[in-house]
Each structure stands twice: as C-alpha cells, then as structure tokens.
Design a protein around this ligand. Structure first.
Ligand SMILES: Cc1cc2nc3c(=O)[nH]c(=O)nc-3n(C[C@H](O)[C@H](O)[C@H](O)COP(=O)(O)O)c2cc1C
Length: 175
C-alpha cells in the first residue's frame, strides 16, 4: 500500500486547486491511500512554540507518507502564505525534518494563463531547503483552473489525462 499525503494551498471553500486535488485522489489506482492535510488548523509559525496538536498531526502525516502531493494556486508570483506556514512548521529541525528525502509532487494552478508556474519554481526551491525530493517530470501547471470546474468538481479531461502518467511515475518512485 502506497500512502500519499495531499497538501492543498488554498483555504477557499470553492477553490479550484482543491477541486483538482479531490479529482486526483478520485483517480488514484488501487493499492494507494490518500490523506489531506488540514493546513487551515495550524497556528502561525513561531519558534517559541511547538505548534500544538495540529502541527504534531501534520508532522506525523508527512512522516507516515510515502510521498507528498502539493496542489496549490499561485499567490503574488509565489506560494500562498498559508502553505508556506505549514511547510515552515514541518521543516524543523532544519535539514533533518520529516521532509528530508521525502518524494514530493508539485501541482500548481491559476485563474490566469500561466498555471502558477512561478509558484511551481518557488515550491521546488523551498523543498530543496528541506532536503526533500521534488519529483522531476513535465511540470504540472494548470491554467484557467476555475473554468475547469463543473458544479464545483474538476472535470477537465485533458488536464486529468496529462496528470495521470505523472502520478503513475510518482507512485512508482514512492513505492
Ligand atoms: C492573494 C492572491 C494573489 C494572487 N496572485 C496570483 C498570481 O500571482 N498569479 C496568478 O496566476 N494568479 C493569482 N491570483 C489569482 C488566482 O489564480 C485565483 O484567485 C485562483 O482561483 C486561486 O486559486 P483557488 O481557486 O484554488 O483558490 C491571486 C489570487 C489571490 C487571492
């Protein structure tokens, strides 16, 4: 059984990125389990505190996962602050955190034409700072994501077909 942890980058109830995250989970093959991190529950990062039970849960989820999948929109040419906050919590102790050596798949989205490609690059670099292992494949950037929903569900067949082989390869890397 391959365990994946999905980490969303948007807290918005109607988020197109989270809709894509759910569509990706729905398409996972048998022999795979998926959990979704609750980054909304986390306090602001503060090195004077341990982050409480919500942070402990995130760390345990990352540790237990064979791979982590980020599905996030781009905010101001980078990753949303809420996602960076979650990553900062999980990044301690530096260079020896639960992310060390962890395979990570990055999926970025945007309402515009670029699909969050700048956030994609930033997230890759952030993962490098934790000695995580961002998966190298054709970059998964999803432009015009809000237009690819039907009644709140991500339904764009072309995007999902593009992601499928990346996920297959990623699962092989994780397994
Ligand atoms: C604070 C903020 C910053 C944004 N910055 C960018 C950006 O840098 N690039 C971009 O393509 N879209 C940007 N957008 C637009 C988002 O792509 C759009 O709101 C998208 O729907 C957010 O993702 P979600 O549907 O998953 O919540 C920004 C939106 C917000 C709220």
């Amino acid at each position: 059984m391959t365990k994946l942890l999905f980490v969303p980058g948007s807290l918005r109830a109607g988020a197109s990125s989270t809709a894509l995250l759910h569509a990706m989970i729905a398409r996972l093959p048998g022999g795979t389990t998926a959990e979704t991190a609750d980054i909304a529950a986390l306090p602001h990062y503060n090195a004077d505190h341990d982050g409480g039970p919500e942070t402990a849960r995130l760390l345990a989820q990352v540790k237990a996962a064979d791979g982590v999948v980020f599905v996030t929109p781009e905010y101001n040419y980078s990753v949303p602050g809420v996602l960076k906050n979650a990553i900062d919590w999980a990044s301690r102790p530096g260079y020896n955190s639960v992310f060390k050596g962890k395979p990570c798949l990055i999926v970025t989205t945007s309402a515009g034409a670029l699909g969050g490609v700048r956030a994609q690059g930033h997230l890759r670099q952030i993962l490098a700072a934790m000695l995580a292992e961002p998966f190298t494949w054709q970059e998964i950037v999803v432009p015009f994501a809000p237009k690819k929903l039907t009644d709140g569900t991500f339904t764009d067949a072309e995007t999902l077909a593009f992601i499928d082989p990346a996920m297959t390869a990623f699962l092989a890397r994780c397994g």
